[in-house]
Design a protein around this ligand. Structure first.
Ligand code: XMP
Length: 507
C-alpha cells in the first residue's frame, strides 16, 4: 500500500483516487499524524498545500524515517519543501503559474518519465517557485514558465514535481503516478474489487469470530454493500434492521425489504412510521425536525438491538470521505470541514464495538465492490436520499396526509425519470411540497390547492451541484401527470438554482 501525507491541499483526495484507479491501495494521513508503522507502506507521496514553505509557520515534518529509505514522490508543496529545506531555494513567483502549461523539456531515459513527451499538458497551481534545486537535485522536466517543474534527488528514490499529476488536466498525470509506483517503487497493482472483497471477508472473519453484529440498513448503497460483505463473512450472525420512519419514498419500505430478503440477508423490517409522525407533530423548524428524527431513530434502533441477545458489534456503512473529513476536523492540516455524523457512532450506553467494512472506500469504489458481488444494478445506482427523508422536503410541519401527497408526486417524477432513461443521468432528484396554496381551475371548478417543486441535480459529491436541463417534453408530461393523478396538487414548478448559493434540499 501507498502512504499519502496530507499537507492540506484541496487535491489530496484526488491523489488517493488516481492511485487507486491504478489498482494500488492508498491511504491519506495528516502529515502531522503519520501512521505508526511506516514500514507497511511501499511508497510515500507528499501532497500539495495552501501554505508557503517560506512562511514562518510552514509545515515542517520530520521525514527522516522516510526520505532516502522509501520511494518518495513530492507534489507541489512537497517539491518546494524538499528544495527549501535541503539546500535549494524557493521564492515568490513573478510569472503566472496557475492553470494549464505544457512541458517544454523532458529528460531522456528516465523510468519516472516513461511515455511522457515534450508538449504534455500539466496543471500548475502555486504562487511560489523553485529557483534552485536542492543538493543532489537533477532536473527532469520544465515548462515555458517553470524551469524546475520536475526533479529527482540523485542517489535516492526521491522524485519531485511542481505540477499536480492527480488533476485530470494533467493529461499524463496518471502515467506519471504509475511510473513512480510501478517502475520506481515496484508496487504491485493488484488491488481490485474482487481482491478487496476477499481480503475484507477474511479480516471480518478474523475480527468478529462467532460474535453477533447488528446493522441498520437504509436502502442506500453504502449500508447495503456493507451488509453484503458482512453477510459473506459471518452469515446468520449479521442482524440487519431496516426502519420505516414513514418518510421513505412510496412503497420503498416493502420493495427494498423484499430485495434485501432476496439477497439472503437476515433482515427485520420495523415499521415505526407512527412513532416518527408523533415525534414530528407540530414541528416546522428544519433543524428541530432533523433532531426529532435522529432521536427517534436511535430509540427505535436501540429497542430492536436489545432484542438480539449478546450482540457485540454495530456495523456502519461509513465511507472514506467521512473518515478523512473527521480526521481533518480533529487536527489535520485542512481547514474546518464538518465532522460527519456517521463517524461519531451511537450513544455510549449501547456499548457496542463499531465495525466499518467500507471505511477505506470512495463512493464509486463501493459501487464497484457491490457489482463484483453481483448486487443488483438498480440498488447500486440509486440516487442518494437524505436520512430524514421526505420530512425535509415537506416545508413546514409534517402530517400523514402531506407525506402521502409528496410520496405520490415523487413517484410520478422518479418513475418518469426511469421510464425516459434519464434516471442515471441525474445525480439526485426529488419533489418538494411547498407550504403554498394557489388558485387553479379544473373542469369548471375553481381549485385552491398545493404547489410542488421538482428538483434534479448533477453533482459528484453533493458539495456543489447544478440543476439538470431536463427536456421540456419530459417536464411537460411530468407536470400533467402529477396534476392529473395526485389529488390536492394543482401547480408544479421546476427548481433552477445551483448549489451554491442554494442547497440541494430546500431545508
Ligand atoms: P444539501 O441540501 O446540503 O444536501 O445541499 C447535500 C446532500 O446531503 C443530503 N442531505 C442529508 N443527508 N441527513 C442526510 O443523511 C440530512 O439531514 C441531510 N440534509 C441533506 C442531500 O439529500 C444531498 O444529497
Amino acid at each position: 500500500k501507498v502512504l499519502i501525507l496530507d499537507f492540506g491541499s484541496q487535491y489530496t483526495q484526488l491523489i488517493a483516487r488516481r492511485v487507486r484507479e491504478l489498482n494500488i491501495y492508498s491511504e491519506i494521513h495528516p502529515f502531522n499524524k503519520p501512521p505508526k508503522n511506516v514500514d507497511d507502506y511501499k511508497a510515500v507521496i507528499l501532497s500539495g498545500s495552501p501554505m508557503s514553505v517560506r512562511s514562518e509557520d510552514a509545515f515542517h515534518p520530520d521525514l527522516s524515517e522516510i526520505r532516502g529509505k522509501k520511494p518518495m514522490l513530492a507534489v507541489c508543496y512537497g517539491a518546494q519543501y524538499l528544495a527549501h529545506f535541503s539546500g535549494g531555494e524557493v521564492a515568490e513567483s513573478n510569472t503566472r503559474e496557475y492553470g494549464r502549461a505544457n512541458l517544454s523539456f523532458v529528460e531522456d531515459n528516465e523510468a519516472f518519465l516513461e511515455g511522457i513527451q515534450v508538449g504534455s499538458q500539466v496543471w500548475m497551481s502555486h504562487s511560489d517557485t523553485i529557483k534552485q534545486l536542492p543538493e543532489n537535485g537533477k532536473l527532469l522536466a520544465s515548462t515555458h514558465d517553470v524551469q524546475n517543474a520536475a526533479y529527482k534527488i540523485e542517489g535516492e528514490t526521491t522524485y519531485a514535481i511542481q505540477f499536480h499529476p492527480e488533476v485530470y488536466h494533467s493529461t499524463d498525470g496518471k502515467q506519471l503516478l504509475e511510473n513512480f509506483l510501478v517502475n520506481i517503487a515496484n508496487v504491485n497493482p493488484d488491488w481490485t474489487p474482487n481482491a478487496f472483497v476477499q481480503e475484507t471477508v477474511d479480516d471480518l472473519q478474523a475480527k468478529l469470530g462467532g460474535d453477533k453484529v447488528v446493522l441498520g440498513l437504509s436502502g442506500g448503497v453504502d449500508s447495503s454493500v456493507a451488509a453484503m460483505l458482512l453477510h459473506k463473512a459471518i452469515g446468520k450472525n449479521l442482524y440487519c434492521i431496516f426502519v420505516n420512519n414513514g418518510l421513505l419514498r412510496k412503497n420503498e419500505f416493502t420493495d427494498v425489504l423484499e430485495q434485501y430478503k432476496g439477497m439472503g440477508l437476515n433482515v427485520k423490517g420495523v415499521d415505526a412510521s407512527a412513532r416518527f409522525l408523533d415525534a414530528l407533530a407540530g414541528l416546522s423548524d428544519p433543524e428541530l425536525k432533523r433532531k426529532a428524527i435522529g432521536k427517534t431513530f436511535i430509540e427505535v434502533f436501540d429497542d430492536e438491538a436489545h432484542l438480539i441477545q449478546d450482540v457485540k458489534w454495530l456495523a456502519q456503512g461509513t465511507i472514506y470521505p467521512d473518515v478523512i473529513e473527521s480526521v481533518s476536523a480533529t487536527g489535520g492540516p485542512s481547514a474546518t470541514i464538518k465532522s460527519h455524523h456517521n463517524v461519531g457512532g451511537l450513544p455510549d450506553y449501547m456499548k457496542l464495538q463499531i465495525v466499518e467494512p467500507l471505511r477505506a472506500l470512495f463512493k464509486d469504489e463501493v459501487r464497484r465492490v457491490g457489482a463484483s458481488m453481483d448486487m443488483d444494478k438498480d440498488l447500486l445506482g440509486r440516487h442518494p436520499f437524505p436520512g430524514p427523508g421526505l420530512a425535509i422536503r415537506i416545508l413546514g410541519d409534517i402530517t400523514a396526509e402531506k407525506v402521502q401527497i409528496l410520496q405520490d408526486v415523487d413517484a410520478v417524477f422518479i418513475n418518469g425519470l426511469r421510464e425516459s432513461g434519464l434516471y442515471d443521468k441525474v445525480w439526485q432528484a426529488g419533489a418538494i411540497l411547498l407550504p403554498v396554496n394557489s388558485v387553479g381551475v379544473m373542469g369548471d371548478e375553481r381549485t385552491y390547492e398545493k404547489c410542488v417543486a421538482l428538483r434534479a441535480v448533477e453533482s459528484t459529491d453533493g458539495m456543489t451541484a447544478d440543476w439538470v436541463n431536463l427536456p421540456y417534453e419530459f417536464l411537460q408530461k411530468t407536470s400533467n401527470d402529477i396534476i392529473n393523478k395526485v389529488k390536492g396538487v394543482n401547480r408544479v414548478v421546476y427548481d433552477i438554482s445551483s448549489k451554491p448559493p442554494a442547497t440541494i434540499e430546500w431545508e
